[in-house]
Design a protein around this ligand. Structure first.
Ligand SMILES: Nc1ncnc2c1ncn2[C@@H]1O[C@H](COP(=O)(O)OP(=O)(O)OP(=O)(O)O)[C@@H](O)[C@H]1O
Ligand code: NI
Length: 302
């Protein structure tokens, strides 16, 4: 960071994602979701440091955190791991139309004959609800929502075994959110792995097999979507707070603010906002059995 400050944006994160599975990563703004996505794809700024391993398999397993940039650029990004970026407009090539970018991707990745290129590009656009009569536009001629759908179409056409979608439905109205979510679910069911980052818990409930909740740079809970959104409910007090904040539930926001990432407490980062916190919360709870909370196994007042 400027001024030589050091920010631990993501810490001790560990999870698995299978082919044909969708994992939703949720959590408040600034908790480290996009940094995690960028780290996995080697897209962090040059002054960022990563530690650990992130294996992408099953064949030709590669450690995404240890791989050389040239390897990531040539063989991983776009081919083995796709990204729908959080700011899609900035990632589209400004001087080329959406159609030409889609066709180019098809041409690079598949052995498609010329006539089939156009059809493949148009099919991908349709899947992402990108209107065919806008295909010949340049990125600067697109609204935010259209740029979002263009990025989704590009990711779908690239057909990578792993797709990381960072807020793929921002700026879309509910109808389009549902269409996009259903299309991404279909993509997952075709055998792709999907890590979807979202603020939209309703979208997560609609598409995810499992949910990972991030708070101040750490994963504090991983649960099946059925448990998380169903009768069992989340077990981490923060995760419960996220659900309770929804208008269709208690509509009760979590009081307080998350800690600054350059001034994290040694213990549980949520303790200062948590009504269950006790002395033990000054030590860091490990993620065991899917939850990182000293009080997770205690009964909750309804
Ligand atoms: N290049 C950078 N240099 C320094 N700090 C950064 C940099 N990029 C991100 N951060 C910090 O890392 C933290 C995590 O940011 P990140 O973008 O991952 O959050 P997020 O969970 O994706 O939030 P949002 O939901 O708003 O997209 C933030 O506090 C941010 O200020
Ligand atoms: Ni983000």
């Amino acid at each position: 960071m400027p001024g030589g400050r050091h920010v631990a944006a993501v810490n001790g994160v560990s999870f698995e994602l299978a082919a044909g599975e969708c994992l939703a990563l949720v959590g408040e703004s600034g908790c480290g979701k996009s940094v995690l996505a960028s780290a996995l794809l080697g897209l962090l700024p040059g002054n960022a440091r990563t530690r650990g391993t992130a294996l992408l398999g099953p064949d030709d397993r590669i450690d995404l955190l240890g791989a050389e940039e040239t390897t990531l650029a040539r063989t991983v990004r776009g081919r083995r791991a796709g990204l729908i970026p959080q700011s899609p407009a900035a990632h589209l090539t400004p001087v080329r139309t959406v159609r030409s970018q889609l066709e180019e991707t098809v041409r690079e990745l598949r052995d498609t004959r010329r006539g089939a290129l156009r059809a493949a590009a148009e099919a991908a656009a349709a899947r992402a609800a990108f209107p065919a009569d806008h295909l010949d536009r340049y990125p600067h001629q697109l609204s935010g929502g259209l740029a979002q759908r263009a990025a989704t179409a590009l990711a779908l056409v690239a057909d990578a075994p792993l797709l990381i979608a960072d807020e793929p439905t921002t700026g879309l109205d509910r109808d389009l959110v549902d269409r996009t979510v259903d299309e991404l679910r279909r993509h997952t069911d075709e055998g792709h792995g999907l890590l979807v980052i979202t603020h939209d818990l309703a979208a997560a409930a609609r598409m995810a097999d499992r949910v990972a909740v991030m708070y101040a740079g750490r994963i504090v809970e991983v649960a099946t979507a059925a448990d998380f959104f169903g009768a069992a409910g989340p077990r981490h007090p923060y995760a419960r707070g996220l659900l309770d904040a929804l208008p269709e539930r208690a509509f009760a926001p979590i009081p307080g603010l998350p800690p600054e990432l350059d001034a994290l407490p040694e213990g549980c980062a949520f303790a200062a906002r948590c009504d269950r916190a006790t002395d033990i919360c000054t030590t860091l709870p490990a993620l065991t059995g899917g939850v990182a909370c000293h009080h997770a196994s205690e009964a909750v007042d309804a």
